[in-house]
Design a protein around this ligand. Structure first.
Ligand SMILES: CCCCCCCCCCCCC/C=C/[C@@H](O)[C@H](COP(=O)(O)O)NC(=O)CCCCCCCCCCCCCCC
Length: 239
């Protein structure tokens, strides 16, 4: 089996995200975090200018790993069990960052938004012309998926970092899945799993699609999910 620590390629990362989805359509935390660690590795390879981004992602992954290594680890087995546990026990700050500044719900929401960026960006790469600018593709995806959640300073720093990205073809080669043409082919195969039409999109949706309700309407569990979705829709950077 490929060792993600020494042998990064995007295919391996996408496999991790595909493995997130259980038969019961839960999103499993451990493969989700493994997928993220692969992305961090990729970010680290992009150079020092991306260090502030990889540091932020690493911090968020570590927050989640701490939950998975705590006495409450079973409650963090899947994203669904996490939402149920944290909402039922009032462990999520709804108005502003206060008693629970690093809740799992808050942290996963940010990681999920970033996956939305990744989904748009990879699709942009795949469908763009050979002479398209990676920085423009990145910026367009960023403006759609993430910019509204970031303060001015971060938006500026991100835009500067994007300008240092290699050309489209050089970038496709950094994915380590062969020639640029082969990388495009791989992305074309992968996009249906990431986007519409496959249940694996549940791993990559920014709004944390929680799958079919496992309980009756009006039950406590359904109520927790409703509360959480309201939280997702209203939450901004100050939470
Ligand atoms: C290809 C270049 C990749 C660049 C990715 C850019 C996405 C832009 C993310 C900008 C994050 C900036 C750093 C800080 C952000 C935080 O303020 C902010 C809010 O957190 P807070 O409420 O705790 O403060 N954090 C976030 O929104 C989470 C951002 C996570 C960014 C993850 C980016 C993953 C990138 C993976 C790249 C892989 C590309 C693979 C292509 C083969």
């Amino acid at each position: 089996m490929a060792d993600v620590d020494t042998d990064f390629n995007l295919k391996v990362v996408l496999v991790n995200f595909k493995q997130c989805l259980s038969e019961k359509e839960e999103v499993l935390m451990d493969p989700y975090l493994t997928g993220w660690k692969g992305l961090i590795k990729f970010l680290n390879n992009l150079g020092a200018v991306f260090a502030f981004i990889s540091k932020d992602v690493l911090t968020k992954v570590q927050i989640m790993e701490k939950f998975r290594n705590s006495e409450q680890k079973e409650n963090y087995f899947s994203l669904q069990s996490m939402v149920k546990y944290e909402i039922s026990n009032n462990l999520v700050d709804f108005q502003k960052r206060a008693d629970h500044p690093d809740s799992g719900c808050r942290t996963i929401l940010r990681l999920h938004r970033a996956l939305h960026w990744l989904q748009l960006f990879l699709d942009g790469l795949r469908t763009s012309q050979e002479d398209s600018k990676t920085s423009s593709l990145c910026t367009d995806s960023y403006n759609i998926a993430l910019a509204t959640y970031h303060p001015w300073l971060i938006r500026k720093a991100v835009t500067v970092a994007f300008c240092t990205l290699p050309s489209r073809n050089a970038f496709l080669e950094t994915m380590n899945v062969g020639t640029p043409e082969e990388a495009v082919e791989m992305l074309s195969d992968a996009m249906p799993f990431i986007g519409q039409g496959h249940p694996a999109r549940k791993c990559l949706k920014p709004d944390l699609n929680l799958g079919p309700p496992v309980s009756r309407p009006g039950s406590q569990s359904t109520e927790n999910i409703r509360i959480y979705l309201n939280y997702v829709n209203s939450s901004k950077t100050n939470l």
